[in-house]
Design a protein around this ligand. Sequence first.
Ligand code: PEP
Length: 252
Amino acid sequence: MRDKIIAGNWKMNTTVDDAVKLATEIKARLTGFKDAILLICPPDVNLYPVQKIIEKSVIKLGAQNMHYEKSGAYTGETSGEMLKSIGCDYVIVGHSERRAMFGDTDVVVRKKLQAIIEHDLIPILCIGEQLEDREAGKTEKVIDSQLNAALKDVPTDWMEKIVIAYEPVWAIGTGKTASPGQAQEVHKFIREKIGREYNPNLAEETTILYGGSVKPDNSDALFAEKDIDGFLIGGASLKADSFEQIARSASS
Ligand code: PEP
């Protein structure tokens, strides 16, 4: 059975006090939750204080980014060893905001993916089309090429660790969600591609998350789709009650 994951990407939000408060509230609301892996990804500066709150709970810690080099003169960057040393389990890679604003090209995404796996962390690889790609009927072509670039020469034993997040760029932070049918179509395409290029068992075991304006009022319908295994949530993960309600979609 593949993992279900409910992941919150807090992006560049929360002071240390805000982060501690939010993590404490999420922990209290979801004590003992077993229906999915719960993951929160605070900004780097808040990783350690949040880890101190969640360390003995069911909630796991993720980072929003990581450099591919081990250490050295990379001002402002964070290494895999650093993330590992504070108890991180997951790292988001290839988020569309990083691709658009911080030079995370396909080549960089591939290097980061490798470094994340080499540090025994779990990558959440984000892919997704722009609105103009969708309108031009090119969604599958874009997804195919992003996967080809990120997974170039990735062996089966690495692929077993990778989580994929399908995040249509036009749905991120816009309030526009892909319909369950639109999302399912792309998730199925991704799973079939993994089945062809690796093997059908691995495809069945791969967790594929949906991200893009997930909210309590659309999460049940999205989760009901066969190939949607959870969510990467931005805005709605910044409120403990909405994160909890979305997480509870995994229970139905
Ligand atoms: C995201 O940042 O990955 C995301 C999906 O954001 P939002 O839920 O706010 O659209």
